[in-house]
Design a protein around this ligand. Structure first.
Ligand SMILES: C[S@@+](CC[C@H](N)C(=O)[O-])C[C@H]1O[C@@H](n2cnc3c(N)ncnc32)[C@H](O)[C@@H]1O
Length: 390
């Protein structure tokens, strides 16, 4: 397509929109105490965003800037926490303030408590679109039973899966755009088949939502500390469970699998280039994972502050610096796994390299994660081959 043809096309019809992502830590406070969570939850130290008014000023400044207009068609605000629904009045205010701008929102929630007003606005805007995508999408963290009940308990150690599951069904009933996000740890690989079955049955109960699937992330931070026996046990349990899942997925018609690890996804994260994260004190960092580092470590990932005169220039500089080699897989070029999720922040933390971007993109320095994704790749190859021969 020529550039002029693309320009004249209605925004809604373009397939790949250029969207800049700003995750905002609305509050560090949370209603859950998830065992694997990279945030920690020492209640006495947790804060809310310092001034929501200044946040709105920053968003206006960003979307009105020539740099943003030249490079992006929409802004996505990730409503992040802690548990952002604790500040539901701020969420409502943000959605109302930017209702008619090319600003969309992604709400990241544990789905435990969505109050009446928040549910109302999510319902009111459910059919609104920005560049063909929903004005507000909600991601509910649900690991599937029994994993969810093992790791995602509330502050009082009570089980939460029934409430969260019901919440997902309510969203579906009200046609509010929702996706599920799951996490799995090496110790819980053995339960993945049950979690997969649970999420599949949830999907079947949904009347309107066709986008749910089982898409677990392996805990980025806890996998490097396994000893030899733990690693070998985890590998065996992963292989066994993937074969079990494959024996069900083999019957799925069409070109996509319900279990996302069997599809081909090797995208690299665009943190720093196409996304940044704003902390509760207004400082801006390369991505949301940086928000939970201790002060000294955090400083290395700091880009700017929402109140600085130079804030948009700082984002532009970062954008340009990170553009170099952004989709270069480096040492992974010759690896043929079909799917893997690489978290640059976790890589940086563990890297022995020197320069910032070298550490940030030290993709192979979590060898246990590589081993797990390689096991998945072997199973994926055989299921793809089976499909071809059908
Ligand atoms: C930190 S939470 C914040 C938003 C909200 N409280 C929630 O539970 O979704 C955002 C996401 O990070 C995921 N997460 C937490 N710790 C993780 C880890 N160690 N590895 C991978 N993902 C993790 C959670 O499961 C959740 O989906």
């Amino acid at each position: 397509m020529t550039t002029s043809a693309k320009k004249s096309m209605p925004l809604q019809n373009r397939s790949r929109m250029k969207i800049y992502n700003v995750d905002v830590n609305l509050t560090q406070k949370c209603t859950f105490g998830c065992e694997y969570c990279f945030e920690g939850c020492d209640d006495s130290k947790l804060k809310d965003f310092y001034d929501p008014m200044l946040l709105k000023h920053f968003i206006f400044k960003l979307i009105d800037s020539p740099w943003f207009k030249k490079n992006y068609e929409a802004l996505n605000i990730g409503l992040w926490g802690g548990e952002p629904t604790i500040k539901s009045d701020w969420i409502i205010d943000l959605i109302e303030t930017f209702m008619f701008d090319t600003v969309k929102f992604g709400l990241f929630t544990n789905g435990y408590k969505i109050d009446y007003e928040l549910r109302k606005i999510l319902t009111d805007v459910r059919s609104f679109k920005v560049c063909g995508q929903p004005k507000v999408t909600t991601q509910i963290s649900y690991d599937g039973r029994p994993i969810h009940d093992l790791y995602r308990r509330d502050k009082f150690n009570s089980l939460t899966s029934t409430t969260v599951r019901d919440q997902i069904l309510k969203f579906d009933r009200d046609r509010i755009p929702v996706v599920i996000k799951s996490v799995v740890t090496p110790e819980s690989f053995k339960y993945m088949y049950d979690a997969y079955k649970d999420i599949k049955s949830l999907y079947k109960e949904c009347k309107n939502n066709t986008t749910l699937n089982y898409f677990p992330t392996i805990d980025y931070y806890g996998t490097n500390n396994l000893d030899h026996t733990e690693l070998e046990t985890a590998k065996k349990e992963l292989k066994d469970v993937l074969i079990k899942i494959a024996s069900e997925e083999i019957h799925i018609e069409g070109d996509k699998f319900f279990f996302r690890w069997f599809n081909n996804t090797r995208n690299l994260c665009t943190a720093g280039h196409g996304m940044v994260a704003v902390d509760v004190d207004g400082h801006i960092y390369t991505c949301h994972a940086c928000l939970y580092d201790d002060r000294q470590k955090k400083f290395k990932h700091r880009i700017s502050n929402i109140e600085l005169e130079t804030v948009v220039d700082d984002l532009e500089r970062m954008h340009n610096e990170f553009a170099v080699g952004l989709q270069d897989e480096g040492d992974c070029k010759n690896c043929d796994v079909n799917f893997c999720l690489r978290c640059n922040h976790a890589k940086y933390d563990q890297s022995k390299r020197k320069g910032y971007l070298d550490k940030w993109r030290d993709y192979q320095n979590q060898p246990n994660l590589c081993e797990f994704y390689k096991i998945n790749s072997v199973v994926t190859k055989s299921i793809h081959e089976h499909r071809r021969n059908k």
